[in-house]
Write a protein that binds this ligand. Sequence first.
Ligand SMILES: Cc1ncc(COP(=O)(O)O)c(CNc2cccc(C(=O)O)c2)c1O
Length: 452
Amino acid sequence: MSNTKEWQQQDASHHLHPFTHFQALNQKGSRIITGAQGVYLEDSEGHKILDGMAGLWCVNMGYGRQELVDAATKQMQQLPYYNLFFQTSHPPAVQLATLLAEVTPAHLNRVFFTGSGSECNDTVLRMVRHYWASLGQPDKQVIISRHNAYHGSTVAGASLGGMSGMHAQGGLPIPGIVHIDQPYHFGEGQGMSPHDFGLARARQLEEKILALGVDKVAAFIGEPIQGAGGVIIPPDSYWPEIQRICDKYGILLIADEVICGFGRTGHWFASEGFGIKPDLMCLAKGITSGYLPMGAVMVGDRVAKVLIEQGGEFNHGFTYSGHPVACAVAIANIQLMQSESIVKRVHDSIGPYLQRRWSELADHPIVGETRGKGLVAALEIVQDKGTNARFPASANAGMTCREFCFNNGLVMRAVGDTMIISPPLVITEEQVDELVDLARRSLDLTAERLAG
Ligand SMILES: Cc1ncc(COP(=O)(O)O)c(CNc2cccc(C(=O)O)c2)c1O
């Protein structure tokens, strides 16, 4: 006899879930995930579910990695916690900072540790403003971001993000953060070539800088590929133009690689793949493969020099910044990535294989587009393949498909009517075949349901 009902009742009585309609979930009952191994989850009813989302884009090295468990156990026995305030440090933080300087692009040589991706983005907001104040330009405070970006759920993270539903709750965005349009060609680029659309969207940055006044703009922040916004992969013309504009006006470039980092796109970091040189880079999720919470802001030499030589005391930090057990797991995780050559595997073999199998879904009657890079991909559910017209919102096509996926033994994420996958990087070709077959079956069932 499973404990499912009891767990669901207690969950409904005591637990408020993130990003959840509380009453609806309490009426439906939550799915209790009890275990996981490799790329598979197990729920309290014994169902085996292929985790096409690697948890929340984060379990890059897969579940059940004993090396990570051992690293955590050993560190917990040695030093379960100590802080990095008050002029103290500890070997795991020192070793991880050194390792991150090695594996990130050459100009990123210093790390500010946090406990999450949101805390990374709160950190970069305060850090870039402190940078310009240290240079005698305290009015250079504005950060330019994009509509439909996701940068976390703290007040600054949610404000840097461009999600209107988040802004509506809590009077966001806070002052000093503005948004330009996103490079979402499928949804917003009708009638323009990807190349021209990418340039047009990037050039909104220059227009915004000139409208605000260069002396007011501190930085631009962007996810190389917008994840939670729907795996928005910009046209090739976009990022080089963003970089050119940042360089032209001397504003700082922040790359939020919380999702894109640690091999997800077939590069250690997506900035390398898109040919941009961020002054600051936010990391989380894949840094520990999700086994423990951690965030890290990589600080480029241009910024670090000013903060160190002219910044004085930077009055910012968190209790769990560089938590020793999280650092130990991150070190073991990165060493696993290196010993298994996982980034090369994503770039050369399993990434191309997944993209090839995933693109076959473009022939499905309700799929308007498939897209992807490395081991992240999306497909657009449409009612009319000719015009790419969507189903009516009331049809809830994305959530319908997501439910069919779960009931068929697959986790896919729905962002509106865009279906997303971001599986563990250790997925095999056979498991990719299973994922695509389950996705196709779920699309078939969705099409039947919506036609009915
Ligand atoms: C690009 C980016 N930046 C910052 C964050 C915030 O990280 P933390 O959650 O660790 O504070 C994220 C997180 N991304 C995220 C978090 C939760 C859910 C989903 C989803 O796609 O449903 C995506 C993210 O994707």
